[in-house]
Design a protein around this ligand. Structure first.
Ligand SMILES: [Zn+2]
Length: 80
């Protein structure tokens, strides 16, 4: 393989935010889902982002509980 190569993980990262916002075309979403299916690294990143968003939403409506802080700390594990 030679020539232009798009790093699929980089591409997936670009899709991650709009994916979470449900702001992708069917084609893009299928691309992201397919990649997430086969890539543990991006899957972990996706889960992190999805959970972070949930916590942020929660934190906006209620004071941060010690339990929530612990969960956030647990999320900060190295990606690899
Ligand atoms: Zn990946």
């Amino acid at each position: 393989m030679s020539g232009f190569a798009i790093d699929p993980c980089e591409q997936c990262e670009e899709l991650l935010q709009p994916f979470l916002d449900r702001d992708l075309s069917d084609e893009e979403r299928a691309l992201a889902e397919k990649h997430l299916d086969g890539c543990a690294y991006c899957r972990k990143r996706y889960r992190f982002e999805a959970q972070l968003r949930r916590f942020v939403r929660q934190a906006a409506t209620e004071p941060m509980s010690p339990e929530l802080k612990t969960k956030l700390a647990e999320l900060r594990t190295p990606l690899i």
